[in-house]
Structures are given as structure tokens and as C-alpha cells.
Design a protein around this ligand. Sequence first.
Ligand SMILES: [Zn+2]
Length: 175
Amino acid sequence: MVKLPIVAYPEKILKQKAEEVLKTTPEIKKLIPQMMRAMYEHEGIGLAAPQVGISKKIIIVETSDNPRANKGKSLAFLNPVIKKKVGKSITEEEGCLSLPGISVPVRRSESVELVCQTPEGEDVRIVAKGLTARIFQHEIDHLNGKLIIDRIPLWKRLSVKRLLKSKERTSPLAN
Ligand SMILES: [Zn+2]
């Protein structure tokens, strides 16, 4: 199986709006297990196609309640759109595979109602809560070209960006 590299900030593709998937082509069918594998290899609990360099509306979401202990319940969703945010907003630390070593507090809705398609082309409506709701919101942000650093106050964003810049300078050239 092809190994997909994870695209990291500040790659432009992470800032772009991803394209709608109109049909599950054989390429997309192949891509989904590759994305799941890349996500697990990097110990992620969610992944959006732009993070592997493909600007299409495809996300992988770990749906297990305890993803650290119980991996293997990741599902793929196409063209997800949030229809309703329910409950209060909760602030929790979030990381992102495209921003290695960074975690910032992000406010998200406790629960979301969304519509999307399965890879089989079926239209589904999903009500997600807790961690799963947070992952959906994070991955849908990716499809809209938004990163967690776009969701924090400006003063904090500036200091995180400075940190990212210094990492670029100090990180070894290998890899
Ligand atoms: Zn992310």
C-alpha cells in the first residue's frame, strides 16, 4: 500500500477550500484505507484529505470512545456539512498532525448534527457528541482551509506562529 506523507503547515493546500466529491471513483476507494493507515501511523484520531495533499472533501474520523485503547473504529465520510450545532461550546486542547508539536485550546460545540455521504454513496445524517463531535468539527475546518491556529485569539496566534517559524529554522534538514 502506498504510504501517504502528512502535509504540514505552512503548505498552501491546507489553506484551500477542498472540492466536493461527486462520485466515489476507484482512486477514492483506494485512497480511503491509505488515509486511515496514515492516520494510525501518526497516532491521529482524525484526518482530512488536504492533509495528505488531496484537496477533496474526504475525512476520516475515529469513532471509538476511547481511541487510545481501542483503535480501529475509524470511518470515512464524504462532503460533510454541519447542519446544526447543539449544546454549549467547550474549550479543550487540540493538536493537529499538520502542526506537529503544537496544541492550543479550541472552542467547539458539544454536539453537532451533520449530513454527508458514505464512501458507498449513501446520504447519511449524523448526530455526533463529545470527542467525535470535536473531531468532525476539526476535520470539516480542514476542508474549509481552516486550522486550529485560525481558531485562537490573534495574540496567541502570533506567538504560536513564531514558535512554528523557529521550529522550521531549527529542525534538521533530513526528512
Ligand atoms: Zn488537523
